[in-house]
Design a protein around this ligand. Structure first.
Ligand SMILES: Cc1cc2nc3c(=O)[nH]c(=O)nc-3n(C[C@H](O)[C@H](O)[C@H](O)COP(=O)(O)OP(=O)(O)OC[C@H]3O[C@@H](n4cnc5c(N)ncnc54)[C@H](O)[C@@H]3O)c2cc1C
Length: 437
């Protein structure tokens, strides 16, 4: 008798994580990807304008993102991440020229807020506890409902960190999504919030090792294979329609739908899912970073929010950037570079540049959108959902996407075969030790 087949639709991180976790499931895995490349919103590509390989957008994970780290450990991608010696976040205020370095201490007891050398200049220790109500806020609350969204500490700490995590103006964002992120990172101390960056590119850490891992199991991605429709009967997916070809499903076969929310809405009848999104703008400048520039610098009172220093380029990130979608690219590049040159001391002449605007980078982290996120299981016995937009309890992040893929794989396995005991080892977490930068 032939093995059942689990079809995974979408080779972003959610789909890849599901495929990796379904290893040894006793099923064949078929991965279908619409484009010519795996990685989805987290990928590298060769940019012809710059003549170098860049990422679609700068990505950071934190050492508290234990599911992402377990995935990297399993596929062999962890050593492609670099990290500073500790939780170190250099900042520059473009309005005043002030520079400081935020340094949360390693342990859970946050004594760093009492240390003027570690906290934000011009703030008092007691200001930091103003964010505590986030931790017990209801799911319908925005951040502005539960904490003050103004003042020096907000402008210099909470706004940049929460905007980066939620990709939505923090004041209108879900307090419970912010709390979920904080609980797993900053609230656990500096040990859980060391920034980890894929210095050689996102694909080299998150995607290529996964493809190698899967290939070793005989699993290959079918590229250019866009699912057009799900052939649904009352209880099951009976057929997958890819336009040119269609695949009938046998009784034991299953489907993990790991496509973006807007695509899932067109494929699954009656689905409720987030339908508002926020963009991210990235600017890439082909120039060697000046000596001593940190791998990642936060900017306040500028348009640029973060500068990333890579070997062959400086890349900047602006989150929640819908206001910049209509600015001409050249104007944007010039304005952004002006700020970068002030911060880095590099000449004002514009180096070769590329602007990438991801219009629907993440769903808007509003309480109402969060409430629309669907569970893994659907009304169809052999169809499960994955993706950063499903109900992970986290904002749309790498950590959330991988968790959703794991959850989908576990559900398929349970439905089709029953879970095996040793399976949960993929969630084990090896702490980040030392530095690789
Ligand atoms: C610019 C940018 C910066 C970001 N920065 C960070 C960060 O710093 N830290 C962080 O944790 N997260 C960050 N994120 C979020 C992170 O990238 C996403 O949460 C994650 O990659 C989502 O993975 P996914 O698999 O859920 O979805 P996707 O990556 O969207 O994958 C879906 C896949 O499905 C494919 N597909 C679509 N339709 C079909 C179809 N019909 N048939 C077959 N395949 C289909 C797509 O081509 C894609 O490959 C950022 C995102 C962006 C865009």
């Amino acid at each position: 008798m032939s093995k059942p087949v689990i079809h995974i639709i979408g080779a972003g991180l959610a789909g890849l994580a599901a495929a990796v976790r379904l290893k040894d499931a006793g099923a064949d895995i078929a991965l279908h990807e619409a484009t010519s490349q795996a990685g989805g919103r987290c990928r590298s590509y060769h940019d012809a304008t710059l003549g170098i390989t860049i990422d679609n957008g700068n990505h950071v994970i934190l050492s508290g993102n234990h599911t992402a780290l377990a995935y990297l450990d399993l596929i062999g991608g962890r050593d492609r991440l670099t990290t500073p010696e500790g939780a170190i976040f250099p900042f520059v205020d473009l309005a005043t020229g002030e520079r400081w370095t935020l340094r949360p201490n390693d342990g859970r007891l946050p004594w760093w807020v009492f240390d003027t050398g570690r906290r934000v200049p011009g703030t008092r220790a007691r200001d930091y506890f103003g964010a505590a109500p986030l931790m017990w806020a209801g799911r319908d609350k925005t951040i502005a409902d539960v904490m003050r969204c103004s003042g020096r500490l907000y402008d210099r700490l909470w706004h940049p960190l929460l905007l980066a995590a939620l990709n939505t103006d923090p004041a209108e964002s879900s307090a419970s999504l912010a709390a979920a992120t904080m609980r797993e990172t900053l609230a656990k101390g500096g040990r859980a919030c060391r920034p980890l960056i894929a210095s050689d590119g996102l694909s080299s850490a998150f995607v290529e090792p996964a493809l190698r891992y899967l290939e070793a199991q005989g699993v290959r991605v079918q590229y250019g294979h866009r699912l057009r429709a799900l052939g649904l009967d009352e209880r099951r997916v009976a057929k997958l329609d890819f336009g040119e070809d269609s695949v009938p499903l046998a009784p034991g076969d299953g489907v993990v739908l790991a496509v973006p929310a807007l695509v899932a809405l067109t494929l699954v009848p009656g689905l409720q899912a987030p339908s508002q999104f926020r963009s991210i703008v990235n600017g890439h400048f082909r120039i060697a970073p000046p000596p001593g520039l940190a791998p990642m610098t936060g900017i306040v009172n500028g348009t640029v929010e973060w500068i990333f220093a890579f070997r062959d380029r400086l890349s900047i990130t602006i989150s929640g950037a819908d206001r910049l979608l209509d600015t001409p690219r050249e104007t944007l590049a010039r304005n952004l570079w002006k700020e970068v040159s002030v911060i880095t001391g590099l000449a004002e002449d514009l180096p070769p540049w590329q602007i990438i605007r991801e219009r629907r980078a993440t769903f808007a982290a509003l309480p109402g959108e969060d409430a629309k996120r669907p569970a893994t299981d659907t009304a169809w016995d052999n169809l499960v959902l994955a993706g950063d937009w499903t109900a992970t309890g986290l904002p749309a992040t790498i950590e959330g996407a991988i968790r959703s893929g794991n959850k989908a794989a576990d559900s398929v396995r349970k439905k089709q075969y029953g879970l095996s005991r040793d399976y949960d080892r993929t969630t084990e977490h090896r702490p980040v030790i030392g530095t690789a930068a």
